[in-house]
Design a protein around this ligand. Structure first.
Ligand SMILES: Nc1nc2c(ncn2[C@@H]2O[C@H](COP(=O)(O)OP(=O)(O)OP(=O)(O)O)[C@@H](O)[C@H]2O)c(=O)[nH]1
Ligand SMILES: [Mg+2]
Length: 331
């Protein structure tokens, strides 16, 4: 078995392109750790990407996201579609731990060579989960996975950056996910492309369906009306219907030319998000290490220097940005 030292940029890229599981596992660990080799690898693989369809699956804890993905994977494997699953846990600083192990419940597919499943935490990743998720998606894409599920728990803003790269966003709810319904209603949560109300056996499932339907009916302008499907992930009920809706969304995007547009927008915002995150980190490090800059902050605190003058000096020193010009543009 190849140890960590045995992989080079070339062998790893070749292994990923062949869909070799050990190469994939290694590549995603490198991505997760923000390893230099991961950057080189993704740079090499990038020209071969763009073929995988990414489905983001989000929703509150325990609603059945993993169970539904598992059922959907079973369904698409009937057509022998090659599938990747990345389960991202924003709250976990480590990966492959017991907690994440419990989270993925996809053990049915662990022996299927056409399915690659991986959970990912933040671990030492400085670039954040958005960056790690994008890189993992690109690796799976280059490995020939035609369909990649990105699972992440959440109901608000935190997961937006993780599923922001997805082509289709599936929101999973269950009776009792009232907070999410409120968040949809208040416009705090972005309208997903497809909604599953899982655990449909629950007596309150129909009520929730009507509630969600009435919220969505307010949004008359959009051309795509998010379909809502009642599902039972454990019994596999309506899973085929759910897949049809996801596929219909994909066809809609392709036929209307919106897929290219959406991907271009996602990639641009991803690049900006990662660049901003790095710039912020750089700033924090420099300020922490530079007594001169810390002195500025002290002066602000003592009211000897006003905040915006301090900002100008910091930007000039750290980024060589002429803050006056920059400020006048946004004013
Ligand atoms: N009765 C019933 N139970 C379900 C259904 N779907 C999932 N479950 C159960 O609900 C629990 C949570 O399911 P998961 O698939 O792990 O949910 P999840 O949303 O991925 O959970 P987290 O990743 O921890 O947020 C498990 O015990 C499942 O067996 C369903 O349709 N009906
Ligand atoms: Mg899960």
């Amino acid at each position: 078995m190849a140890g960590r030292r045995d992989w080079t940029r070339e062998t790893l890229a070749a292994g990923v392109r062949d869909g070799d599981r050990r190469a994939l596992a290694r590549a995603i660990t490198l991505v997760e750790n923000g390893d230099r080799l991961a950057y080189d690898l993704v740079a090499d693989l990038y020209p071969d990407t763009g073929n995988a369809y990414a489905v983001g699956v989000t929703g509150p804890p325990g609603v059945g996201k993993s169970s539904l993905i598992s059922a959907l994977v079973r369904h698409v494997r009937e057509q022998e579609t090659e599938v990747g699953v990345v389960s991202v846990d924003p709250s976990s600083p480590f990966s492959q731990g017991a907690l994440l192990g419990d989270r993925i419940r996809l053990t049915d597919h662990f022996l299927d060579p056409g399915v690659f499943i991986r959970s990912m935490g933040t671990r030492g990743h400085l670039g954040g989960l958005a960056e790690a998720t994008l890189q993992a998606l690109l690796v799976l894409d280059a490995a020939g996975k035609e369909l990649v599920f990105l699972e992440t728990v959440g109901t608000g803003q935190s997961e937006v950056e993780i599923i922001g790269i997805a082509d289709t966003v599936l929101l999973v709810l269950m009776p009792g996910s009232g907070d999410s319904v409120q968040a949809l209603k208040a416009g705090v949560m972005e309208i997903p492309d497809v909604i599953a109300i899982n655990k449909m056996d629950h007596p309150a499932a129909k009520t929730m369906l009507n509630e969600v339907r009435s919220i969505l009916s307010l949004d008359r302008d959009s051309e795509w009306r998010p379909p809502i499907v009642l599902t039972d992930a454990t019994r596999g009920e309506n899973v085929a219907e759910l897949w049809e809706k996801i596929d219909a969304h994909r066809s809609y995007l392709v036929e209307s030319g919106r897929l290219e547009e959406r991907r271009a927008r996602h990639l641009a915002s991803e690049v900006f998000a990662v660049a901003s995150a790095r710039a912020k980190r750089h700033l924090e490090h420099v300020v922490a290490d530079d007594p001169e800059l810390r002195r500025l902050l002290d002066e602000v605190q003592r009211r000897e220097l006003d905040p915006l003058t301090a900002v100008r000096e910091i930007l000039e020193r750290v980024f060589r940005i002429d803050a006056d010009r920059d400020g006048s543009r946004t004013a």
